[in-house]
Each structure stands twice: as C-alpha cells, then as structure tokens.
Design a protein around this ligand. Structure first.
Ligand SMILES: N[C@@H](CCC(=O)N[C@@H](CS)C(=O)NCC(=O)O)C(=O)O
Length: 209
C-alpha cells in the first residue's frame, strides 16, 4: 500500500463516511469517486464488478492487488497496513473487532431501518417505527454503559471501532431520538467531532474538500 495506490468509492452516508475519516486519521492519501446512490450508480455493472452486493464503500489498493467491500473489513485492512487504530495486542484487537461486529450487525441495521421508516414511506408505519426506535435506544444504552467507565469503546485508545460507531450514532437528530439519557455517548460524540481528521473525512464525504 502507498498513498497513490488507494482509491475509494463512497457516498455521504454513515457507512460511506467511515473510510475517509480513517484515511485522514491514518494520514494516507487517496483518490475518491462519489457514488450517487439516488441515481443507482451502485447497481451498475461496473460497480457490481467491484462489489457484487451493490453497496458503498469499496476500496481498491492497486499496490497490493486488493479490492474490498464491507466497511469493517476496509477499516481493519487500513489499520493493519498502518499498524495503527486497530488495537494493540491480541486482547485489545479482539475488543476492537467485537465492537466493529456489533456496529455492523446491530447498530447499522437497526438505525438504518429507523431512518428508512421515518423518511421514506408516505404514511407512517407506527409499529415499525416503534420497533426500530426501541431497539435503537437500547443500542445507545449499550454503548453508553461502556463509555461511562472508559474513554473509547474498546478501552483507553481511540480505534476504528470508534470511527464505525461514530458515523451512525451521530445521526440521532435525523432519527428523532432523544439521547439525553445517554450523556456518556453525547460527550464521546462531541469529543470525536472535534478531531481535525474527523472533520476532514466528513467534508470529503460531502465533496467539500
Ligand atoms: N455492511 C455494509 C453496508 C453497506 C451499506 O449498506 N451501504 C449503503 C449506504 S450506507 C448503500 O450502499 N446503500 C445503497 C443500496 O443499498 O442500494 C458495510 O458496512 O459496508
């Protein structure tokens, strides 16, 4: 891997924002193609050749002949290549992977469904909204219960697991969720939002930088 060899396909969504943030944190240069999800660019034949699942993000590292989809795997690849942000020692590395899996398997799907049921159907499906709202609040509580006694989700070090959870948990206003019962999550969100690399990564996702 070298800076010139990295090309990212992404969009301004929680899964899409994670990778520019990690690349900025790791100080890696990269080129970037924005995929217009509303136009269905993620379902074109060219894109499906990169990711048969038709979703962003996708990272190509031409120096290593690697094409990767699934954001947790891309984050792990970048952290491994750089020897940074992936946790130190087996115990911490496993904790990072555990919280990454929790984000991918639970936080993303539940908050994603809540977003869809809030913003897309012309008439509200109250049962679906209630189910995904309750489950989302429960997941905020899980994260809050950890952050009351540690600085970051996997311990005292900032890692790719924080990045993955951050881009999702910061969307509470769009989801109409009241996070006042979770002060540790709010403080952690504010802390991460102030990191220069996080600001740069979000701006890149929005095509502002
Ligand atoms: N588990 C995947 C989820 C990827 C994902 O859902 N991407 C969304 C944007 S956040 C997407 O491409 N949606 C467009 C579609 O499904 O057509 C990951 O973490 O990379």
């Amino acid at each position: 891997m070298n800076a010139a060899s990295l090309h990212l396909y992404t969009a301004d969504t929680p899964n899409g924002q994670k990778i520019p943030i990690a690349l900025e944190e790791l100080g890696l240069g990269y080129t970037l193609t924005h995929i217009d999800l509303n136009k269905g660019e993620q379902k074109t034949a060219d894109f499906l050749a990169l990711n048969p699942n038709g979703k962003i993000p996708v990272l190509i590292d031409s120096a290593n002949g690697v094409t990767l989809f699934e954001s947790a795997v891309i984050l792990t690849y970048l952290a491994d290549q750089r020897g940074s942000l992936g946790g130190e020692g087996q115990a911490e590395r496993l904790l990072v992977q555990q919280w990454l899996a929790f984000q991918i398997a639970s936080v993303g799907p539940m908050l994603g469904q809540l977003w869809w049921f809030r913003h897309v159907p012309p008439t509200a499906n109250e049962q679906a909204l209630e189910r995904y709202r309750r489950e989302s609040m429960r997941l905020y509580e899980v994260v809050n219960s950890q952050l009351v006694s540690r600085d970051y989700i996997a311990g005292e070090r900032y890692t790719i697991a924080d990045i993955a959870l951050f881009t999702w948990l910061r969307t509470y206003e769009e989801l109409d969720l009241d996070i006042s019962p979770f002060p540790a999550v709010r403080a952690w969100l504010n802390k991460l939002a102030q990191r220069p690399a996080v600001k740069r990564g979000l701006a890149k996702s929005r095509q502002e930088a």
